[in-house]
Write a protein that binds this ligand. Sequence first.
Ligand SMILES: CC(C)(COP(=O)(O)OP(=O)(O)OC[C@H]1O[C@@H](n2cnc3c(N)ncnc32)[C@H](O)[C@@H]1OP(=O)(O)O)[C@@H](O)C(=O)NCCC(=O)NCCS
Length: 143
Amino acid sequence: MKYLLFQPEELEELMQFLEANLDENYNQQVFLKIQSQWPDGFAIAWRGGKMVGVGCGALLPGDKLRVLVLVLAPGMQGHGHGRKLLEMLVAAGHKRGCLRVTLEARVDSEAVDFYRHLGFSSVDLLPCYYQDGGDAVVMERPI
Ligand SMILES: CC(C)(COP(=O)(O)OP(=O)(O)OC[C@H]1O[C@@H](n2cnc3c(N)ncnc32)[C@H](O)[C@@H]1OP(=O)(O)O)[C@@H](O)C(=O)NCCC(=O)NCCS
């Protein structure tokens, strides 16, 4: 597995990957903006020349790192790659002075247990946060 920073020319593959692996619809321009604002906070996992994982974050006011996307292709889950991508974002955030990392996850998803395992606590609930009406839990952890 190779972990590399996202490059704008990979946008089409990124959009195909996210469409195949996440429920939400994303505007592709948003990812170019995120990349241009903070290239170090946008990591891709590659295997055999294929995109198999994405970790993408943004710097928030108040010394916070927000994880916007963290997803592995189904066949690649459970092998430490999610942890690795998250650690890359956290290390990049740490370099920029972030003191906390925050994210949203579906209340009823396994991702919540994953983040709890990695030291995150629930700090808020966002009703109807997702496009299908699902609720999100806001989770945080010190860096
Ligand atoms: C959630 C997700 C990103 C986790 O990535 P992953 O590569 O499968 O997880 P890892 O293998 O890196 O797991 C890291 C650690 O968390 C633990 N873990 C993983 N999933 C877990 C779960 N559901 N419950 C509890 N612990 C879990 C692992 O056992 C491992 O522990 P260890 O390092 O102490 O041995 C990935 O499964 C995924 O993409 N899921 C679908 C999309 C999704 O839900 N994304 C999050 C949206 S916010």
